[in-house]
Design a protein around this ligand. Structure first.
Ligand code: MG
Ligand code: FE
Length: 172
């Protein structure tokens, strides 16, 4: 009896997880973008990354199709997410912009870890196309994480001054 799992099976499994992660990301970025009317820079960057995220999801679907995973299998895993992403998701779902920005930053790092793993796994099975896709996605996630960190202080200041003003909705 051979219960060994080869690298290509792991690659497919991790690609499916990444696809579910991007679906989750898409939903959260959309929700966040709708709440950022008073934060034009953060709003613009969130919308930009929302568009990147849709592109990422499509790229992952292409990788899975090439590896022989049917679209119906893809539907089954919608909404599935690794447990350690849950606190990030909870923060991003908050209606407070500072928590949202923190959660987005944490979530980007889950994505960075995922694509770092996927790049090495794609190398291991000699899947150059998947490797290239994951390298491109990784760059977008790193850029978004950097941007969020760089803008956390100004987002915090803006939130605090709005929060202290009477008549302004304190939570965002
Ligand atoms: Mg992503
Ligand atoms: Fe991302």
């Amino acid at each position: 009896m051979n219960d060994a799992i080869d690298a290509s099976e792991h690659l497919t499994d991790w690609l499916r997880n990444a696809h579910a992660m991007e679906q989750q990301s898409e939903a959260m970025l959309k929700t966040m973008a709708d709440r950022l009317e008073h934060y034009p820079d953060l709003h613009a960057r969130t919308v930009e990354h929302l568009n990147e995220t849709r592109w990422q999801r499509e790229q992952l679907e292409g990788c899975l199709e090439r590896l022989g995973t049917s679209p119906s299998t893809l539907k089954d895993i919608t909404g599935k997410l690794m447990a350690f992403g849950e606190s990030a998701v909870a923060m991003m779902s908050s209606d407070e912009v500072v928590k949202g920005a923190m959660g987005a930053y944490v979530f980007e790092h889950m994505e960075i870890a995922s694509y770092t793993v996927l790049i090495r796994a794609a190398e291991a099975v000699g899947d150059q196309q998947t490797k290239l896709v994951c390298e491109q996605i990784l760059q977008q996630e790193v850029a978004m994480a950097d941007w969020l960190l760089q803008h956390l202080p100004s987002t915090t200041s803006h939130f605090l001054s709005r929060s202290a003003r009477p008549g302004v909705k304190a939570k965002n």
